[in-house]
Ligand binder design. Sequence first.
Ligand code: ZN
Length: 603
Amino acid sequence: MMRAMAAAEEAARYPEPDRRPIQVFAFDPMVARLSGQETTTISVPYEPLRPGPSGELIQVIDYDSVAGCYYEPVNLDDPRVLLQNGLPPTERDPRFHQQMVYAVVSALLENFERALGRRFRWRGEKRLRAFPHAFLGRNALFDPDMDGTLQFGYFRADEKNPGRNLPGQTVFTCLSHDIIVHEATHALVHRLRERYKEPTNIDVYAFHEGFADAVALFQHFTLPDIVDRYIQQNRTDLTARTPLVDLAEQFGEGSGMGRALRSALGEAPDPSLINRTFEPHRRGSILVAAIFDGFFTAYQTAIADLLRIATAGSGVLPEGALHPDLVRRVSLEARTAAQRILTMCIRSFQYLPPVDVTFSDFLRSIVTADRDLYPSDEDGLRAALIEGFRRRGIYPSMVTSLADEALSWPDASDRGLPPIDRDVVNALVLDTAVGFRERRGEEEQATNAVFDPDWAAAKLHQYARANLDKLGLAGPGRLKVDGFHAAFRHGSNGQLRVDVVIRYLHSVPPDVQKKFGAALGGVAMRGGSTVVADATGRVRHVITKAVPTDPDAIGATDGGVARLRGLRQWVAQFDGHDLLAPWIQAESRLVQSLNFGRIDSAV
Ligand SMILES: [Zn+2]
């Protein structure tokens, strides 16, 4: 008793640590074995953990449905584990598998929080649950319709073509850094834009897949020692084929593909490829290649002066190993550019429409969000990215040029919208500010005292009803406030920038959905607007997708009629491609073919 009290007193005398170092495989066990060294230690935000690990936002549950048992959960707060920065990487101990899933997802969440400028919360009080040994199979999945958990499969490597695995050895998808990030990114995208699970155009699922791959690849560049090594090995060339730019090597090879699952490099740039590519993962790969074209250009620009200095102006590197100082400096530039571009991609969410995303919307949102903070694009990252998209045939619709002011979403100041209620704006800003302090669950929901989400939603609903036309929400349908938050970000001048973002969802009445639903293969008919205002409530941008509307309906708008036409064209295109269509119930054929349960079968 005395000892316990003394221990508690002792603990109270030490400040809580900020970070928790944890050992992981940098890529996967196969790459680690081949290189003889590729394990690393990553640092994630500290939080007290229960065995699982079970934290505030993530809970790892190791139920193996094949063996029908729970594996002993790892206790990362046990002093013997803490002393080693977590368990050493191994394929043999399920407790390390749990640790790796927790660590990689935590690092990813932190990256999203930084980029978004706000604290991340799952809907309700839920946590993201991850099952490292969910099933036997060459797959891992996130399925929002199956309670939104992350499920990792395991399988025996191909007997005839195991790549660099042993024939028949067990491959654990939960030990692949890329697969963990890919699946968790699906969950994050789903949290930010729930309606992107509705396949309303050819790009929606491809965006989900491509974005998840791009994030997984960019997360490689958060590991300094790994980046250093490949910069040395390939003499600063990042486009050489290495695990740094390949995705899930062990999984790809173990599945008998003879290569990594996918890659940042893509095929040679061909702007017409996008018009011929339908399958979501492959179409998503074009998006990844476009983003990485931009990254490689930005990187080359950033290191040009270093190379000139190192080669006395010749640009030709001397034979033999590069000077470690040069490697460190070049690596820093690579990591900085990667982080900036990843941050730009994540920040685009502030401006993405609530439904029906396209690659073009993504590019325009990236440009708008980045211009907010870096008006002059001094380091040319935005230009490099726009050029990367152009080379892959991704051109924004409805813009007059590829200049970045033309790509930005239009300014809403000429719409004559009144400012958003000052009380609501203030409450949102305060809620976000308090949320930043709330990490680690120290606070007792202090926000509830100042902020009532139902009250804010009601106020914002009223605001929309009074301004339907100006918010792009005209047309028959039911209006819903889909989400709202404030975001804090720092601009290039060091000033704090505060924005308020509101998403409205606009769905057709049930009888209209019923009338058109079968012709549209079961796709939900929805529109909506993302409204971005400044800290005074002045509306800066309104990004709209009109609710699809029958031309004969009362109150039909041009935008709504055009959306219905677009939906019909997409469904016709889909019917032409989908070989399974004849076997699937016609009324819901599209949503039965395109959903996470089905399409994530290639991760
Ligand atoms: Zn996927």
